[in-house]
Design a protein around this ligand. Sequence first.
Ligand code: EPU
Length: 473
Amino acid sequence: MEYWTSQEGDSRQPAGLPADWPSATPVGPVPGIGNAALNLTDRSLRDMTSGPETCYRVRGGNPLQGTVFVQGAKNAALKMIAASLLAPKGRTVLRNVPVIEDVRRAVELAQAVGAVVKFHEAERTLVVDASHLTSSVLPAEITRRFRASVLFVPALLHRLGEATIEGIGGCNLGSRNLDFHYRGFARLGATVEEGENQIHVKGGNLRGAHLYLDTPSHTGTENLIMAASLAPGTTVIDNTALEPEVLDVIAFLTKMGAQITGGGTGFVTVHGVSELAAVEHTVMADRIDAAVFAMAAAITGGELSLVGASLDHFGVVRWKLEQMGVEFASQGAILQVRQERQLRPINVITSPYPGFATDLQSPIMAVSCLADGTSYIRETIFDGRYNLVGELTKMGAKIEVAGNAVLVHGPAALKGTEVIAHDLRTGIALVLAGLAAEGETIVAPGYPIDRGHVSVAARLTTLGADISAEPLG
Ligand code: EPU
């Protein structure tokens, strides 16, 4: 089999983005926004409630070998569940839905507003009947655990004329960051009122408008396309996101009858239609899950066959891994990945697709601990994504935060210890580190990891890893 390898040598590249990019730029007053000034302070993940107390126990040292099945894409499936509520009759069938906690929360949210939803987990198939929506309230007990709740607003606006998101308010319109969504709804004719503990959006008669995003927001693009799909007239959205999941969501909405052009160009046009239909769709593979398993091969010096992975969806991630010495080969629809040589250091600057995915910044930081030399990593999408530094340091990594970047001095001999999964991607990165560490690593809580990755312990065990998911304590 022929593997693709990168050229030897220094992979360092000049920093290309302004230091303050992409802070949310407040736009001028928008008719319909009820609050005088949007608070743009950060809201991090700290107010997210967690699930049952579990942990992952990893004993490192085994090179991974074998075949792994890449899950369906979380960041496409969640949007499709919300979009299926736009159909006023019939049943939507979604296949290849990942069995993860975030999907379970999305199902609960759809049920809370009256949709009849059956998640056939063994078949990874979701059936949604949204014929009778009964409530416009997205309740706090779910919205506190599920950040993508705002995706349900377009369906509630079109079907019931209003939507109330409980449990968030105040600074929640600020950074991390939903202001593009609310400003977009307002430009389409909705009224947005921010209360003490809830946001109320009213507007049964949305109309097409010219919208723009200050930065190409992934969910913002999808949400505004959904809102525009049933709004009479033409909506043009400037500076839209290019992520493969956005294109999959557009494909799903198009099957439903939406008229959308320009996906993947940065400028999307939507001609509003009068009704959308329930359809069947297979969710694309999860490129983040695929890349995490590629990195699992890299960090353990293993060789894996990834079923369902597409290198085309890796964007810059592919080239960065190749520069580190990871080898890829396509065998028909299977992607082979192996790591045989000493890992080389890397320069990574996260940016919107096809740039280096922010969701893989933590995993590549873990991998770069094993590289021979100093790696440079800079996060530009989300603040609060250097929480991993302290945890990897506990494991013996040598990492310094230098201004808004991180320098990882490798190779380090990682040692297992107890570490904290501050969020989903920190969590899975610590599992990767644990796979390469001497002794036992306990990653807790397990819930953030289960929010986004299917059966992590079972899939890694099949590949030869020594890992278990256990109750904490
Ligand atoms: N932003 C704003 N205002 C907004 C929306 C975004 O200022 O109204 C800012 C954000 O604060 C951030 C940047 O724009 O600095 C990009 O955010 P984006 O809206 O693109 O992120 P998102 O749509 O909220 C999705 C994924 C994230 C992934 C990002 C970037 C879903 C459900 N979430 O978030 O996934 O990191 O795009 O690709 O699709 C994850 O899976 O772990 C995860 C966090």
